[in-house]
Write a protein that binds this ligand. Structure first.
Ligand SMILES: *[C@@H]1O[C@H](CO)[C@@H](O)[C@H](O)[C@H]1NC(C)=O
Ligand SMILES: *[C@@H]1O[C@H](CO)[C@@H](O)[C@H](O)[C@H]1NC(C)=O
Ligand SMILES: *[C@@H]1O[C@H](CO)[C@@H](O)[C@H](O)[C@H]1NC(C)=O
Ligand SMILES: *[C@@H]1O[C@H](CO)[C@@H](O)[C@H](O)[C@H]1NC(C)=O
Length: 530
């Protein structure tokens, strides 16, 4: 490159740093102004401020070191599955760059990292083969490197991915057998990592997997029927409930193993992560208010009620009757293990309209087996919040407060917000500088943290908040067409660059809590942090 080009690039970089620091200072001022009226941070001193990723979305290294193929490996390689025809074969190459990524986290000052373990790195062939020691070693290295920086691992056992072998052998989540295979896998993870991992989540958003894998068929294993989607196999009105039932029992099996074999000695917590949309009635009619209850039941309480109370919500029993699977006495015994926390992924609120007493067009939620509660982001042509580039996602910070207070009231269980963030279109028109100046993401995150603080002041037991995501990454069926990261990733070079939101979060964390003393390098096997 010419001298002139070099100069222009250097100048550009300098300009960018100046603008970002200016931007952060401006924001910092507004935060400190707010701080001066509230002397005490509403966030408890042990609060986890973190960032999140998941294995398939960031790791890459699709067949490295003995990893087996999972459902997303198989699905993303089928043509037409992913919007831009891409896959997670390389993704952010986090598998090879995790040390660099931990440096990024350390520079942010986060005290926790939420990631997931790739089931097929540990058990390449599901239940049917040996444990892959290279997979164990990778996560040991990741966990030890995090702890050396004072960053607590917050680990999901299965974040949308599971061995393709289990799909091919017996139909995965449609078969009750899977709970024993999940228990077996979870046991290996508790044994290998539980001396250092104190936060375990069994599953991420099985409510979304049940819907998209088995009702609309847009996720693997691409099952649906009738007008719900275009699939060659499936039953959209029945299978989601069987799949959910098996997820609930698999969660219970893993918790049972943790409680009986590990928890007393290891001293951690184990929970479950739901996708949680806050629903508002589209009018003040009694019908629409009851429709909101059905929408909540068919999305969230569907999973949490059985785990916490040992039964499906009455709204579901009333509508579904014998379509809803039944828990046997021995199932109920295992379900009594419950959970220690609820993990909440919050992105948006939506309006709900009753479809039992009035006619609805076919839309999300409107059919009987979805609860006859149509969901929409718009009322009288006015959106419920500022629309975002993600269809169905609106900026509704008030919703996170309402959601948290609702969950507190219903379940009275500790909560972690384990995902919250803002997705942008990866438009070819935009320059890197455009992506780095992510003012909308900063507004989104800061307004949600404000609303969360308000819920905590009202007594909600919220113990952590994780931004989705640390890095731009593979956004499932959207491939690389959406960017959620607070670090920009150049997918050609895999270079990571902090966005304004990363700078903002760093300042926010520094203001809200003292950064913990890093654990001594000399003895990473026996961290003293817990
Ligand atoms: C199914 O495919 C047909 C033809 O490609 C399309 O018109 C229709 O909208 C699809 N239905 C759904 C529910 O995706
Ligand atoms: C419902 O009633 C409340 C209180 O009267 C009012 O503030 C709100 O705007 C009403 N909502 C709708 C959708 O009509
Ligand atoms: C690029 O920008 C033009 C003009 O603003 C717009 O019409 C077009 O849709 C954009 N293309 C993409 C891929 O976003
Ligand atoms: C960053 O974005 C904001 C709002 O979109 C805009 O006002 C500002 O000029 C941008 N800054 C730079 C340096 O591009």
């Amino acid at each position: 490159m010419t001298q002139k080009m070099k100069f222009s690039r250097a100048f550009h970089a300098l300009f960018l740093i100046n603008f970002i620091s200016h931007f952060v200072c401006t924001l910092g001022d507004s935060t400190s102004h707010r701080g001066s009226t509230e002397a005490v941070s509403p966030f408890p001193s042990e609060f986890l401020f973190g960032v999140a990723t998941s294995a398939y979305q960031v790791e890459g290294a699709v067949v490295s070191d003995g990893k087996g193929l999972n459902n997303w490996d198989a699905f993303s390689h089928k043509s037409g599955s992913i919007l831009d025809g891409t896959n997670g074969d390389v993704a952010d190459d986090h598998y090879h760059r995790y040390k660099e990524d931990i440096e990024l986290m350390h520079s942010l000052g986060v005290n926790s990292y939420r990631f997931s373990i790739s089931w097929t790195r540990i058990l390449p062939r599901g239940r049917f083969g040996a444990v892959n020691l290279a997979g164990i070693e990778f996560y040991n290295n990741l966990i030890d490197s995090l702890l050396r920086k004072g960053i607590q691992p917050f680990v999901t056992l299965s974040h949308y991915d599971f061995p393709q072998e289990l799909e091919d052998a017996y139909g995965s989540w449609l078969n009750p057998q899977i709970k024993e295979d999940f228990r077996y896998y979870a046991d290996i993870c508790f044994q290998a990592f539980g001396d250092r991992v104190k936060y375990w989540a069994t599953f991420n958003e099985p409510n979304i997997l049940a819907m998209h894998g088995y009702r609309t068929g847009i996720y693997p294993p691409s099952r649906c029927s009738g007008s719900f989607g275009n699939c060659t196999h499936g039953d959209s009105e029945v299978e989601p409930f069987h799949v959910a039932h098996n997820f609930i029992l698999a969660h219970a099996a893993a918790v049972d193993t943790y409680r009986t074999k590990y928890q007393k000695e290891q001293g951690g917590m184990i929970g479950f992560v739901v996708n949680a949309i806050w629903f508002e009635p589209i009018s003040n009619s009694t019908e629409d208010k009851l429709a909101v209850k059905r929408a909540q039941s068919f999305l969230i309480n569907w999973f949490l009620d059985p785990i916490v109370f040992g039964k499906y919500p009455s709204e579901m029993e009333g509508i579904l009757g014998s379509t809803l699977p039944v828990f046997s006495t021995s199932d109920l015994n295992v379900l009594r293990n419950g959970l220690d926390f609820i993990g909440v992924n919050f992105y948006t609120s939506l309006y709900v309209k009753d479809c039992l007493h009035s006619k609805c067009e076919k839309a999300m939620g409107s059919t009987r087996t979805e609860g006859s509660a149509l969901q929409t982001g718009v009322k009288d042509n006015v959106p419920i919040g500022e629309p975002t580039p993600m269809e169905w996602y609106y900026v509704t910070p008030q919703g996170i407060e309402s959601m948290v207070l609702y969950l507190k009231e219903r379940y009275n269980t500790p909560l972690f917000i384990v995902e919250n963030g803002y997705g942008e279109d990866n438009s070819a028109n935009k320059t890197v500088e455009d992506f780095l100046n992510d003012t909308k993401r900063v507004d989104f995150i800061s307004s949600h943290l404000d609303a969360l603080a308000s819920a905590i002041r009202k007594g909600a037991d919220v113990r952590g908040y994780f931004i989705w995501a640390l890095l731009d990454n593979f956004e499932w069926i959207f491939g690389y067409t959406k960017r959620f990261g607070i670090y920009h990733v150049d997918y050609k070079t895999l270079k990571r660059t902090p966005k304004a939101s990363a700078m903002w979060y760093k300042q926010f964390i520094a203001k809200n809590r003292e950064i913990r003393t890093p654990i001594s390098d000399s003895n990473p096997q026996h961290p003293q942090y817990y």
